[in-house]
Design a protein around this ligand. Structure first.
Ligand code: NDP
Length: 397
C-alpha cells in the first residue's frame, strides 16, 4: 500500500453525471486519500452547487454562461469560487490538481480535456467521444507533454490491466466485450418501433442517457474500438468485439503464445473508476463481489452487424481514418438527441450517421490536423445530420 501524506486533489469535469457522481461517491468514502479541487457541469447549477458544498470543492464551473448566475447564488457564503462559460471550463481543467476525471459527455469534452493533456495532467478518461473525434491529436499532445491517460471505460480499464506494455509486440488480438444492450435478442422489425424509454433501459449498467442509447445501437462498442485504437496504439485489424450478455469479462488480450489475459468484475463503474483514481495502487470499492460459482456459466457470441449497423459504420470509420471518426461521432450525437426527443425512429440513428459519412467521403473525406480542424469538421457533420429528412435517408452500405 502506498504511503501518502496529504490527500490527492481531484478535479471532475461532468461532476453531475453518472460517472461524475460515482467518482464523488468513491472520493467521499476515502477522504484520507482524496479531496475535491474543481467540479463542473453544463447547466445543472443547483445540483453542482450541492455537490461542491457536500464534497468541499474549491471551485465550481458551469459551461453554460446562462447558468452562472444560479451557480453563484447557490454558492453564496460557501467560500467556493463560482465561474461560468467555455473559458472557465478550460481553466477548471488546467487548474493544478493531482488527477482530472474527464467525464463530460460528447465532443463538448474535447477542448477542456485536450487543454489538460497539454498541461501534462494525469487524466482519468471517461469521455470516449473526445478520443473518437480527435484521437491522434489528443494522444500526440499527451505524449509531448508527458500527460498520463488512464482509461475509465470498463473495457479499456480491463485491457489496461491485462496488457503488459513490454509485450506489445506479442499481442495477437485485443477483444472488447459488449453486453449486446437491451435489444440484443430483438428482431430488426421490433427494433424499428423501439421507444427511447426502452432503449435507455440497459440490462446490466446504469448510465447517462447518451451512452445508454449508444449501447442499444452498439455504436458505443464502435466508439470504444476507436478509443482503444488510439489509447493502446493498436491497428484496427488487431481489435475486435465479442457479445457477452453477462458483462462479467470486460476485455481480454490474446498473446502469440496462446495465452489470453482477461479482467473480470461485476458490472459496476465504481470498479474501473476506483482503479483509475488509485493506480498504480488499489483502493476499497463498495461494489458487489464476483461469485463465479453462483453465476454458473458465462456466454459469448459474435455481434450481428446487420441488426446493429452502427457498429459496422464505426469499424469502417476506424479503418478509414480520423476524419471519418470525427464525422461519425458528431452525426451520432445529433441522431441520438433527435431520437431521445422522439423526432426520429431507432433505425434512423444509424441511417443518419451512414448518410453523413457518405457525404463526407463524396466531398473528399477531409482529415483534421488541428483542434480547429476537428471542431470545424464536427460542426459540419452536425449541420448535415440536422438537415437530413428521415423519410429520405438511404442505406448505402
Ligand atoms: P451523463 O449524461 O450522466 O453526464 C454528463 C455530464 O457532462 C454532466 O455533468 C453534464 O452536466 C456534463 N455536460 C453535458 N454536456 C456538456 C457540455 N456541453 N459542456 C460541459 N459539460 C457538459 O454522462 P455519463 O456520466 O453517462 O457519461 C460521461 C462520459 O463517460 C461519456 O463520454 C460516456 O460515454 C462515458 N462513459 C460512461 C459510462 C457510464 O457508466 N455512465 C461508462 C463508460 C464511459 P449537466 O448535468 O449540467 O447536464
Amino acid at each position: 500500500m502506498t504511503v501518502q501524506t496529504a490527500p490527492q486533489r481531484i478535479s471532475i469535469l461532468g461532476a453531475t453525471g453518472s460517472i461524475g457522481l460515482n467518482t464523488l461517491d468513491l472520493i467521499g468514502r476515502t477522504p484520507e486519500r482524496f479531496a475535491v479541487e474543481a467540479v463542473t457541469a453544463d447547466s445543472n447549477a443547483e445540483a453542482l452547487a450541492e455537490l461542491a458544498r457536500r464534497h468541499g470543492a474549491r471551485h465550481a464551473v458551469v459551461a453554460d454562461p446562462d447558468a452562472y448566475k444560479d451557480l453563484k447564488a447557490a454558492l453564496a457564503g460557501s467560500g467556493i469560487e463560482a465561474a461560468g462559460g467555455p473559458t472557465a471550463l478550460i481553466e477548471a481543467a488546467v487548474r493544478p490538481a493531482d488527477r482530472l476525471m474527464a467525464a463530460i459527455v460528447g465532443a463538448a469534452g474535447l477542448a477542456p480535456t485536450l487543454a489538460a493533456a497539454q498541461h501534462g495532467t494525469t487524466i482519468l478518461l471517461a469521455n470516449k467521444e473526445c478520443l473518437v473525434s480527435a484521437g491522434r491529436l489528443f494522444m500526440e499532445t499527451a505524449r509531448a507533454s508527458g500527460a498520463t491517460i488512464l482509461p475509465v471505460d470498463s473495457e479499456h480499464s480491463a485491457i489496461f490491466q491485462a496488457l503488459e506494455p513490454t509485450q506489445k509486440d506479442c499481442i495477437e488480438r485485443v477483444t472488447l466485450t459488449a453486453s449486446g444492450g437491451p435489444f440484443r435478442t430483438w428482431s430488426r422489425e421490433r427494433m424499428a418501433d423501439a421507444l427511447p424509454e426502452e432503449a435507455v433501459r440497459h440490462p446490466n449498467w446504469s448510465m447517462g442517457a447518451k451512452v445508454s442509447i449508444d449501447s442499444a445501437t452498439l455504436m458505443n462498442k464502435g466508439l470504444e474500438l476507436i478509443e482503444a485504437h488510439h489509447l493502446f496504439g493498436l491497428e484496427p485489424d488487431r481489435l475486435d468485439v465479442l457479445v457477452h450478455p453477462e458483462s462479467i469479462v470486460h476485455g481480454f488480450v490474446a498473446y502469440r503464445d496462446g495465452s489470453v489475459v482477461a479482467q473480470l468484475a461485476e458490472p459496476d463503474m465504481r470498479t474501473p473508476i476506483a482503479y483509475s483514481l488509485a493506480w498504480p495502487d488499489r483502493i476499497q470499492a463498495p461494489t458487489p463481489r464476483l461469485d463465479l460459482a453462483g453465476l454458473g456459466k458465462l456466454t459469448f457470441e459474435q455481434p450481428d452487424l446487420d441488426r446493429f449497423p452502427a457498429l459496422r459504420l464505426a469499424i469502417r470509420a476506424m479503418r478509414t481514418g480520423q476524419g471519418a471518426a470525427t464525422v461519425l461521432n458528431a452525426a451520432n450525437e445529433i441522431a441520438v438527441k433527435l431520437y431521445l426527443q422522439g423526432r426520429i425512429r431507432f433505425p434512423d440513428i444509424a441511417l443518419i450517421v451512414e448518410n453523413v459519412l457518405e457525404k463526407h467521403s463524396h466531398e473528399g473525406g477531409s482529415e483534421p490536423n488541428s483542434l480547429a480542424d476537428a471542431l470545424a469538421l464536427d460542426r459540419w457533420s452536425r449541420d448535415v445530420a440536422r438537415s437530413l429528412i428521415p423519410e429520405q435517408l438511404e442505406r448505402t452500405g
